[in-house]
Design a protein around this ligand. Sequence first.
Ligand code: CMX
Length: 139
Amino acid sequence: MIKNVNHIGIAVNSIETALPFYTEALGLTFEAVEHVAEQRVRVAFINAGNCKLELLEPTSPDSPVAKFIEKRGEGIHHVALSVESIEDRIQEMIEKGIPMIDKKSRVGAGGANIAFMHPKASNGVLVEFCEKAAKQHDN
Ligand code: CMX
């Protein structure tokens, strides 16, 4: 079952440049930065109440986020939905004929298990299933 929107990923050229808008202008709370080496991206977590914002900064020109920015510019990169039993949810989507980029979950930011759907399933929006590691809270 889908529980809630866990976070919104926003592709940025530089976390350092982008962050003051969220923290100083909007007054949201910056939590931490994590390097997700496998996806060649730095992720800044911002607490926005029931949902987090994740600023995604590419760490290499061949990062998927670098390619996204090159093609479309900075902006909303993905919407992540909290799920339980992520492998079952992936299987359920496959059985419903929904194209999944990830047919098995992999580890994303914060140690969560994540899986992306192909954006053609969701009107051009990249949607992620996100199952938080047991030690973490939902948001
Ligand atoms: N929004 C909309 N469409 C997107 C997209 C995005 N953010 N990213 C890719 N696409 C589209 C591509 O244009 C492509 O469309 P076509 O098939 O029509 O050409 C399609 O989706 C597949 O994209 P691809 O780059 O060819 O496919 P890959 O399998 O190489 O990679 C993806 C897809 C989404 C996994 C990768 O581009 C990506 O963004 N990886 C995630 C990086 C990331 O955010 N990491 C941070 C951690 C995330 C977290 O923990 O929350």
